[in-house]
Design a protein around this ligand. Structure first.
Ligand SMILES: [Zn+2]
Length: 342
């Protein structure tokens, strides 16, 4: 019994990085402690970034830790973005960390979406991260559902996160059952998630037995139905902006030929994002009238649910040759809805 207690105590000391205490206890209690075991713990301390504990332990155990092993460890910390561990370790072994090395690590962290590590590294060298790197980092954060980090990154460059990235973040959160954060992301994007997505979120919450979150999701899904009678908002968007969140090689649908001059080469596309898709003839007619009145567009087609969040995309074309806006889009893809001149 006494042995068991001693073994437990020694193990506790070793786990906490107190190797000298463990060795003392093993000598007093006569519980053996093998060199292999001690070496394994020292390696564990090194892997966890506990350089000073590893050094103290190795001294107590009479195990030599070669300098280049330690330097390799520090480089590994840097690779893993464990900036503070690298910084502390370099202080412990008395080899200062070159500023350039920290800067490289800091940047790599940001480019991999490790927001906190990246910022910590920049703080250590008293430098500011570059704007483009922060943008890359923010995008990854949003993509991986880390809303607050994404927002924080945009705050650092005094910019508002783009709707599309917020929606992407919201989708990730809702798919994973994070209703509060998902709704927050959508609210910031001034968008409403689809009721299907909200229901899926509710189901995910139920699976994890988070009933309050599930209820919140289902209530939100119900509200979407009630909101259906609101107007469809139309916003023009450039092809470049569009490609930023659809994908770089995206092409507008169909072949286009100008009815007025037969030109089929210089057709300029225009795109409009719809806050939601028209759901009946009446709404199609209203959208048709609005496009004519506000944008002078007669012929267009709507890609339903173009972004996976219930919004639609209008594609329209203008003939560069004669300026005609009556360019016909020949739609042969399923999933497009042509709205004809009434
Ligand atoms: Zn023409």
């Amino acid at each position: 019994m006494a042995d068991e207690k001693a073994i437990a105590y020694i193990k506790k000391c070793l786990e906490a990085g107190k190797m000298r205490e463990a060795i003392d206890a093993s000598q007093i209690t006569k519980v053996p402690l093998s060199k292999e075991e001690l070496e394994a713990y020292i390696q564990k301390y090194l892997d966890s970034g506990w350089m000073s504990k590893a050094l103290e332990g190795s001294k107590a155990a009479g195990i030599v830790l070669p300098q280049d092993t330690l330097i390799k460890c520090i480089n590994k910390y840097l690779e893993d973005g464990k900036i503070y561990s690298a910084f502390d370790a370099s202080k412990v072994i008395g080899i200062p960390l070159p500023k350039e090395k920290i800067e490289v690590t800091a940047r790599e962290c940001l480019l991999k979406g490790k927001f906190t590590s990246g910022l910590e590294a920049y703080k250590l060298i008293k430098e500011k991260p570059n704007e483009d790197d922060l943008l890359v980092c923010a995008k990854i954060c949003f993509k991986e559902g880390r809303l607050s980090q994404g927002i924080e990154a945009y705050k650092l460059i005094n910019k508002t996160p783009p709707e599309e990235e917020l929606v992407m973040c919201g989708n990730f959160c809702l798919n994973g059952g994070q209703i509060t954060q998902g709704l927050e992301a959508y609210a910031l994007a001034k968008r409403t998630p689809t009721k299907e997505l909200l229901r899926a979120c509710g189901e995910a919450c139920l699976l994890e037995k988070r009933t309050d979150d599930a209820r919140k999701s289902f209530v939100a899904a119900q509200k979407v139905d009630e909101m259906k009678n609101t107007n469809i908002e139309v916003k023009e968007i450039s092809l470049n902006e569009l490609r930023d969140y659809v994908n770089k090689s995206w092409k507008s649908p169909g072949k286009k030929v100008c009815p007025d001059c037969q030109n089929d080469k210089d057709i300029r596309d225009r795109f409009f994002v719809l806050s939601r898709c028209p759901e009946n003839n009446e709404e199609e007619e209203r959208l048709d009238a609005l496009m004519k009145k506000r944008h002078g567009i007669v012929e267009f087609c709507v890609e339903m649910d173009a972004f996976g969040d219930g919004r639609g995309l209008i594609c329209s074309s203008v003939c560069v040759n004669c300026g005609s806006k009556n360019v016909v889009m020949i739609i042969d893809d399923v999933g497009y809805l042509e709205i004809k001149k009434k």
